[in-house]
Ligand binder design. Sequence first.
Ligand code: ATP
Ligand code: MG
Length: 426
Amino acid sequence: APAGMAEAAGKVVRRLIDQGHEAYWVGGCVRDELLSRPVHDMDLTTSALPEEVIALFERTVPTGLQHGTVTVLLDGFGFEVTTYRTESGYADHRRPEQVFFVRDVKEDLRRRDFTINAICCGADGKLTDPFGGAEDLRRKRVRCVGAAEERFDEDALRMLRCVRFAAVLDFAIAKNTWRGLLRQRDQLAHIAVERVRAELERIVEGPHPLRGLGMLARSSLLARGKAPFPWTGPDLAAAAASTAGIGELQSAHRRWALLLHALKQSANEADELLRAWTFPGATRIAVARVLRVGEAWTAALQEVPPGTPGGTETLRRRWIAAVLDQGPQAAAGWLAVLRVLPGDGAAPGHGGGGPDAAGEWLSRMPLSSLAELAVSGGDLAELLQKRPGPWVGQLLQKLLFAAAAGDISNERQVLLQEAKRMDGYE
Ligand code: ATP
Ligand code: MG
């Protein structure tokens, strides 16, 4: 945990206990501590009522009073302190209709989703673990607290959380829990797209994406989601060979690009899907750009059949045009995707057409944006004594291409001379 966090949380726990209440660390922080994984925040559970918690600390935020949660601010940290509670009446398969405060911490642990998340730890380090969570951590498995089928019916998001924990922790899913998930999978239709997407991001962007994708494929869980997604069991299973290397990709954008490519989505389709799935615009744009580089590259490979005289040079120029269109980030992203595709994505027969050649061409580009070009639009208008217009941008692009391809050097005098020549041609 970040330096000082455990000490600050300890102060909160001790102050509650000194005032005659019970208080424990609970949930993710206990689980991650037992697994020796980094702890990013610490949640506390207490017998004290929310108003008692508020009265005990100088700085508090009423984060979720109706659910009994108060955030206590101390020594620069924030801790969610939640009163022991149970829940009942999950009418919409997501949120409990009623929350009752209870006296016994075991009652509180019973409402939690998985045994590994239902362990609490006292100030003395002693664990309260009525459902065998520590044993499940040892056996590396995710198991529902209580009857899985019921627990997934109460709150359908738990099914995706189940897959997410299994994927992130590299755990198995206990047999009965898996069976319950299969029985309740249609209920995922009740869950808001944003919440599904947030879990998917953690699965795909986590340390064992393939594990999660395999479980999603085998369960067909996502076929029932609210937004359209080509993630029915068979689609994902068919994509399995192409996504085998997904874990080797270090960036989230590249992983989504690989996955969408494996699911046979064009750049435009991917863009629409990511929008429907409420991904942030920046992600959507970055992923679509990677796929656009892929489309341009594939088209170039098809239009330049192996053995074409000068084919390698034609390919190189097409590649450079794609880099300039979509940006070097996206181009490097596509190459990374190609490298983890089966067979390297290399075009058979194209001696110079594999990702290594393209990577070499990319790294040799002296520049890749107009901002790096040694002349500006103003320079051109002045030089050619013409009124600025769309011609300026077009000429700049031509100069950029020529300099990026190494036809001319990126020097002011050279570029101005070339501009004159290009202008004279038209
Ligand atoms: P992480 O923060 O790494 O995702 P976490 O276990 O802290 O893991 P949170 O979503 O922060 O997960 O929830 C905190 C705790 O609240 C969980 O450990 C679990 O005990 C309980 N919990 C969270 N969501 C649910 C749910 N949908 N149903 C039942 N219990 C839940
Ligand atoms: Mg948490």
